[in-house]
Design a protein around this ligand. Sequence first.
Ligand code: SF4
Length: 446
Amino acid sequence: MKLLTHPTPIGSRFEAYGPSKLDEILRRFPVPEELAETIRLFSLVLPFRVNEYVLSELIDWTRVPEDPIFQLVFPQDGMLSKADEHALAKVATGPGRRAELPAVVKRIRQSLNPHPSGQLELNVPSLDGENLRGLQHKYRQTVLYFPQQGQTCHTYCTYCFRWAQFVGDQDLRFAVKEADELVRYLHAHPEVTDVLVTGGDPMVMSAERLRVHLEPLLAVDTVRTIRIGTKSVAYWPQRFVTDADADDTLRLYQQVVDSGRTLAVMAHYSHARELSTDIAQQAIQRILSTGARMYCQSPLIAHVNDDADALAELWAGEFTAGAVPYYLFVARDTGPHDYFKVPLSRAYELFAAAYRQLPGLARTIRGPVMSATPGKVIVDGTAEIGGESLLQLRFLQGREPALTGRPFFARHDRDAAWLDELDLLPGTPPDILGAVRSQLETKEDR
Ligand code: SF4
């Protein structure tokens, strides 16, 4: 497949705007002063990063604060409790109290469940008695790989489940500089056919740096699919169109495809707005022109995309662009989770209402799905059995392969928002019961 010719450059060089640029941003895009104060204050605790494209092209400033992309990127009133907000305000602005700020910030961050997964410890594989940091091996065929230089993003999502690493917490210690250990592990584990390169966002790396991580995988015959988890196509599509190394990046993609492997760009889109610009469409077409495939996924997030029409528009837009609508995830319990969470029952209703609007070929979307400790669990619907209202669930993927594909039932609790909040029916098979209880014990992966 030939690369497309480079179109007229649009946009500019990538530059990340962090909290130190907030005043400048809010001068250019004024919001009510009370909201500006909240943003300044909360960004002391929650990670904040944005770029020019998101500011100028994606956010509809006439609809602030309800605008979904504004909600996606800027800290909002309600993301911290009133008690924490007051404590923060006291030390951030109170006379002579500034020295207390770091301790207050740290306390609030700790209270926001900064390490929801624990999965980085739980799924770390070992080789020759040595733990291999920067890798996770949870499902038999798939290894996750965290390159050290890909542990940030072009813009931060306020709902990010890995937010702690963006505010200086230590998940980064799990990432690795080079692929040597991964390659050794893959040779020792021929059952692994898929490698998911993830982060942060690996597409923040230059083409040259990405090559250092991808090329060694092409020497491992048993690896048949390389997936790249990224939100760059939504947050900085210039990465594939006008960045200085956009063409080199696409040549690297093509090299992977030419090796006979499947290259899957696992694109994170939260809202149809992210597909609406010309450059967003060009980026998708350029990626697809290399022979790579695109699969799209997103969590279901209150204030951003908890609307059946918005979800249907997103999935239809992905399909029309030539990508595959893939997963609608349930948000994990971290950061401002109370602000963003959508209970499972409501999540299913939204999913079903959006799904019904899709043409048959776009019904590749699956959800709502919890990526939980024992595996991926989908809410398949509700049922009335013996006069009782039930939630119908199923393991899409099990850490224990025997769980995969197995259905089970829980009492229909309209407030339950995660697996460990469900009351499973008597008679649930012991291995399923045990797997779900393991979630309760570890609180992992939420
Ligand atoms: S793109 Fe993913 S890793 Fe990056 S901030 Fe958003 S949710 Fe987090």
